[in-house]
Design a binder for this molecule. Structure first.
Ligand code: FES
Length: 221
């Protein structure tokens, strides 16, 4: 664990050559959005870039990001541990997050979680031995109107989940062995970095235009 007193300093890269090249490219775009003295504002985006390359955020990656942005590593850990979209442990190929906040809880998310535990043979925070699935409880996914909600690999919403639809989802994911962990949001590079972004532009937090999966029959939507 990163020591609370640890100061910014030299840190080795956690990436191989190809990962480093991609990371560097994204990093330059991310920091270009801010004035030089505010480059640390790119922290969230840069953490996503590191996670995209490694699949999760080991402490050497947090220390490396801290070094690049000249912030204390412990600050980076504070951010990485605050947001559930950052993964602090290696996860399965399909990472299933079951919402446990109030609307989903009222609509039976505890049953969904228990169902996942039984079907996958793992508890929240664990991954299956074959590396296919991992499970976690997550806070409100902002899909309260279609509770209970589940998020797969951070970017695929599954709404109105029932035990049966969860089973169907697990079967489908199992038979999609080629599917990789969804990439995190990529920082946008505006021609004019001080331009106001339009609401219609793709946002940095999801797959705009990709319909959420739902268990509601089509004739009732
Ligand atoms: S309470 Fe589950 S999405 Fe909001």
């Amino acid at each position: 664990m990163i020591a609370l007193s640890r100061q910014p300093g030299e840190a080795p890269s956690p990436f191989d050559a190809e990962q480093q090249r991609r990371f560097e490219e994204g990093f330059q775009k991310a920091v270009a959005k801010y004035p030089p003295e505010r480059r640390r504002s790119a922290l969230l985006a840069v953490l996503h870039l590191a996670q995209d390359e490694l699949g999760w955020l080991p402490e050497p990656a947090m220390i490396y990001v801290a070094h690049l942005l000249d912030v204390p590593p412990v600050r980076v850990r504070e951010v990485a541990t605050f947001y559930t979209m950052y993964r602090l442990h290696p996860v399965g190929r399909h990472h299933i997050g079951v919402c446990n906040s109030v609307s989903c809880w009222a609509m039976g998310s505890e049953n969904i979680l228990r169902h996942c535990e039984e079907r996958l043979g793992i508890r929240p925070g664990e991954a299956t031995k074959d590396g296919q699935f991992s499970l976690e409880e997550v806070a409100c996914l902002a899909s309260c109107g279609t509770a209970p909600a589940v998020l797969v690999n951070n970017f695929t919403y599954v709404e109105n989940v029932t035990p049966d639809s969860m089973d169907a989802l697990i079967v489908r994911l199992r038979t999609e062995p080629g599917q990789k962990m969804a990439p995190g949001p990529h920082p946008r590079h505006l021609e004019d970095k001080h331009a106001i972004e339009k609401q219609s532009d793709p946002q940095a937090t999801g797959t705009v235009g990709q319909a959420a999966a739902t268990a509601i029959p089509t004739d009732r939507r």
